[in-house]
Design a protein around this ligand. Structure first.
Ligand code: ADP
Ligand code: MG
Length: 238
């Protein structure tokens, strides 16, 4: 059974349908990338999976359980956003441990979890710093660290690298791939960047206008695009 299943998922804002009946299976430990042009519904779909947007129609299942009426905190997910607003007055350690503090986790256990995440993200020397004393890439790692400490079964990333410069993006892609290996977690990653999709994904979901155009491995999409849109978007001739 797939870890995450979407069944004919629809999102309607007023009278506009922005997600038009999406079916998708995400398997355990898979790195799945949602890719498509700006406005095609990537963030909306991710927010629905996270429970931050309601589902107008269809079902979202995690480990076989229907999630439609389950709140974001109870879904066992953690989301990393594009604008990774860190709390400016808190240290890296306190930023990373804050959600655990809210959940009533003891100081000792928080410290242990934050140290483990800091080790994975190579943030150990920076734990006492404030966000303003960090580089863009370091801030992004802290934002990922906030997700890791919660030990989610599924990580959701919404264009987490789009505020970084090109060189740092390349480095962070490699780090995220390493993180996926080390954490052994399911990851869903949203981007409008075809190169990110092609280099990072086990499975790519190509979206256009709220519809899934094709799902497949990078090689399947490259060599066997189902239509001109996918061919044009992924970059192989057809
Ligand atoms: P993407 O992340 O692929 O750029 P979004 O999911 O943000 O796309 O948006 C998909 C469509 O839904 C867009 O046309 C956007 O304007 C619309 N949309 C997103 N959020 C809302 C909202 N809260 N109310 C009305 N329309 C929205
Ligand atoms: Mg978006």
């Amino acid at each position: 059974m797939a870890t995450l299943q979407l069944k004919q998922v629809v999102k309607q804002f007023d009278d506009t349908r922005v997600i038009k009946g999406v079916d998708l299976d995400v398997n355990d430990k898979e790195f799945v990338v949602f890719v498509g042009p700006s406005g095609c519904g990537k963030s909306t779909l991710l927010r629905m999976i996270a429970g931050l947007e309601s589902t107008s129609d269809g079902d979202i299942l995690i480990d076989g359980q229907r999630m439609n009426e389950v709140g974001p905190a109870e879904r066992g997910l953690a989301m990393v956003f594009q604008s990774y607003a860190l709390y400016p007055h808190m240290t890296v350690e306190d930023n990373m441990g804050f959600s655990l503090k809210l959940a009533g986790v003891s100081r000792q256990e928080r410290r242990q979890k934050v140290l483990e995440a800091a080790r994975i993200l190579q943030l150990e020397p920076l734990l006492d710093r404030k966000p303003k004393a960090l580089s863009g890439g370091q801030r992004q790692r802290v934002a990922i660290g906030r997700a890791i400490v919660r030990n989610p079964s599924i990580f959701l990333f919404d264009e987490p690298l789009s505020n970084l410069d090109a060189a740092l993006r390349v480095q962070m892609r490699i780090e995220l791939a390493r993180l996926h290996d080390e954490l052994d977690a399911t990851m869903i990653y949203v981007t409008h960047d075809q190169i990110e999709a092609m280099t990072m994904a086990d499975k790519i979901v190509v979206l256009q206008g709220g519809v899934v155009e094709q799902v497949g491995s990078p090689m399947e999409l490259y060599h066997h695009p189902r239509n001109r849109f996918v061919a044009g978007f992924i970059g192989s001739p057809k």
